[in-house]
Design a protein around this ligand. Structure first.
Ligand code: CP
Ligand code: NVA
Length: 327
């Protein structure tokens, strides 16, 4: 059976663990000059309805490095733009390619593609979530901090698609997560509910209903950025206005006052705090110039790891090499 990654709620702990280990292994082998070509003869399609630098190029590069071929499919040049039903497009693409990577606005569209496809569909960002980003970000935390376990991870900023994926991840992995957003810009209730019900179904599966009832204790939602970053191991931020959002940005800027990740805010965190940003960054808005340009900044390693994680994802889904839950 094929497996999709539409949200991190699609994965179990074993899947996460396998993908982290495999991505770290593939990175190490790549750095040693070892050539891995398990996907010779395979191809993936990429449909991107929103702009992308990192995700698109790293998925394409990942496929090339593994010996396969990426095919960029411009929606406007296909019959999709002339209203051919999604289901028909998905069924036809399934006859040609081995996986589809898709970035779009409405999350329902990737769900529709996944339902009608016989190949894995991978969400490369929707208005709802950005699962592959958080997979590579946790890989980066493991790389720099040894483990994600026991580390206080603090989100500062908008309760957006990237933040939603952190909340989803925390319903599967034991994360110590704090989400600090301005009032009115928090995580939507439906995201909290679906994540909580995932946690509860996991707890029931493993006969541990207690951890379900105390699930909120590992995810704290707050409007206080200063309290949130206290003793943080990791501070993560993202833009205040995401692609496709049509808010009044001046109003947002006022609401996000105090939510800039800068030296003053970081002075409340642990001395060795690691600052993360999925990029692209807006200097002087959600992050200060000096934090972004710090000599020991990990943003560039974080961006690089997307490629290694995408290799692990493509190999696992196309060749069905992961644990039972992935295949
Ligand atoms: N982080 C990220 O998804 O970047 P792109 O929008 O450039 O793909
Ligand atoms: N939240 C941002 C992430 C970009 C990678 C957006 O959706 O625009």
């Amino acid at each position: 059976m094929k497996k999709d990654i539409l949200s991190l709620l699609d994965l179990e702990v074993d899947d996460f663990t396998y993908l982290f280990q495999r991505a770290i292994e593939l990175k190490k082998r790549f750095k040693q000059g070892i050539v891995d070509r398990p996907l010779i003869g395979k191809s993936i399609g990429l449909i991107f309805d929103k702009k992308s630098t990192r995700t698109r190029v790293s998925f394409e590069t990942a496929m090339i490095q593994l010996g396969g071929t990426p095919i960029y499919i411009r929606s406007t040049d296909t019959q999709i733009s002339r209203n051919e039903p999604v289901e028909d497009t998905a069924r036809v693409l399934s006859r040609y390619i081995d996986a589809l990577v898709m970035r779009t606005f409405d999350h329902k569209l990737v769900q529709q593609f996944a339902k009608a496809s016989t190949i894995p569909v991978i969400n490369a960002l929707t208005d709802y979530s950005h699962p592959c980003q958080i997979l590579s970000d946790i890989m980066t935390i493991i790389e720099f901090k040894g483990s994600y376990e026991g580390k206080k991870i603090v989100w500062i900023g908008d309760g957006n698609n990237v933040a939603n994926s952190w909340v989803n991840a925390a319903s599967v992995l034991d994360l110590n997560l704090v989400i600090a957003t301005p009032e009115g810009y928090g995580i939507k209730e439906y995201v909290k509910e679906s994540s909580n019900s995932k946690r509860c179904s996991r707890s029931a599966k493993y006969g541990d209903l207690k951890s379900c009832s105390k699930s909120e204790s590992t995810i704290i939602f707050t409007n206080d950025p200063i309290e949130a970053v206290k003793d943080a191991d990791v501070v993560y931020t993202d833009v205040w206005l995401s692609m496709g959002q049509e808010d009044d940005f001046e109003k947002r800027k006022k609401a996000f006052k105090g939510f800039q990740v800068n030296r003053e805010l970081l002075s409340k965190a642990k001395a060795d705090v690691m600052v993360m940003h999925c990029l692209p960054a807006h200097r002087g808005e959600e992050i200060s110039e000096d934090v972004l340009e710090a000599p020991d900044a990990v943003f560039w390693d974080q961006a690089e790891n997307k490629c290694h994680m995408h290799k692990a994802i493509l190999e696992t889904l196309i060749l069905k090499t992961g644990p039972a839950n992935v295949v």
